[in-house]
Design a protein around this ligand. Sequence first.
Ligand SMILES: [Zn+2]
Length: 389
Amino acid sequence: MLTTYKIELNPTCNHAWLFDCYAGASRWAYNLFLDINKQRYQDGYWYMDAYEFSKWFNNEYLKENPDDTWIKKYYAKSTKQAFIDADRAMKRFFKNKHGYPKFRSFKRGQGSYYFCSNGKKQPIEFQRHRIKLPKIGWVRFKEFGYIPRDAVIKEGRVKQKANRYYVTCIVEVQDTKHPELNGNPVGIDLGIKEFAILSDKAIYPNKNKSNRVKRIRKHLKRIERKESRQYLAFKARNQKEGKSATDLNLAKTQLRMQRLYQHLHNIQSDYQNKIIANVVRTKPQYVSIEDLNVKGMMKNRHLAKAVAQEGFYNFRVKLITKCQQLGIPVHLVNRFEPTSKTCHHCGLKKADLSLDDRVYKCPNCHYVEDRDINAALNIRDTKNFELAY
Ligand SMILES: [Zn+2]
């Protein structure tokens, strides 16, 4: 089985510089592929796939454009992979027929480069505290002993995000035995007031309402205002003098902004990982969640911001992956199933349930339960579901 490990690197200045160069080179290659194939597409030539393009690039393009031979100094495998990535993006475009692939820009933080081992017999060397990257050498990790000792690293990528460098390695690990599932099934109700409510009455509050997150968002707002002011000033200066100016203070502010976004993202993903760990720890027979229509919810402008900040989709992806690793079935409940309106005890559908009723009172059997726990129980027990994998 293949799994991915992502670890932060602790590069020296020289390493960081090299990473940036390599990422820049592969971005350039990606954009070149898109550019040339776009031209050919418009001129009515046939499409060149990654293999053909790579051959043409090395044999013809570089001879005709000697100015671009600098690319030879960089890592050839990473360049080739950039062509393959661009090829995939193009094929996706041909298949779905919407949205020509976008050119990559360092402004959007799309810096990464690919590395791989030299053949099967020489996997990427690594130790508890460092990894030997091709052409660069030993680079230290920030977290020690995370990759298991017997793992075999064949390929990976180095990525930059908010001024930090990460390595993701694809590692071959032995299949682990699935644990025996003998816990009670769990139904999860996701919502805006509380992030998640489980059928076993565990309640996970919405992190976006905590003081910590609110404080960071407030700070972020201020920095964003500053950035916009600096950007406008920078643009005005550029136009006035008629030449390109640089603004290091603007760059500093942008970095601060990126770091705050990263901080918020880290808080959220940590929280979600902990919820998932708690769910999975009981070894439930199955886990059941609502198949939320996130796209539809985003169209409602009253809900959009709250929904976007919660990251329901990420949660769902993470939950399904984790359950798949452990062999726990995941039920996706049909989104039109009336889970909050139905009485869990007798099955009566209460049509006039308003959003303000926080407690569910059944007029038929006098069953009283918290609204969301009632919904979570219904999500757990409904027969109207699809398997997630
Ligand atoms: Zn009832």
